[in-house]
Write a protein of this length. Sequence first.
Length: 168
Amino acid sequence: LATGESRVLGKRVEVDGRRKDGTEFPVEIRIEEARLGKERFFAAAVRDVSERKQWEEALRDSEGSFRLLFAGNPQPMWVHDIETLKFLEVNEAAISRYGYSRDEFMRMRITDIRPEEEVPRLKEYLDRDFSPLHRAAGTWKHRRKDGSIIDVEIIRHDMEFAGRKARL
């Protein structure tokens, strides 16, 4: 009040609340100032954010597990956008096996690693309506950065990734 400055007015601030029994829990508080003539009033809205904090922690754990299983997997893996076919994520094994850098992969589509003669078969395959339980995509030919062709067996899994319909 003395300086007229505030680090909390009009902002959401997370602090620990204390229940009647003394236990602490996370709350979000927002304080607003109101004036009525020369009188100043302050109103605070306090919200228990325990559930949100639990969800955030579960999400962090889930993302950590995904990173561990994905990034550290010795098999080449990637996630691509179902609609655009662009790579959304790629693991180190794919970078090593295919010879493209991560940045190169992120500028490419899954059709870019297919020999030209395989692209029509791929598009036909992608246009099919599969049951959600369908996982095996069969044997395909892929082209590495050096131009060499390799035979690969694909297992796919539909998922949501970064808010998009994607395929692992």
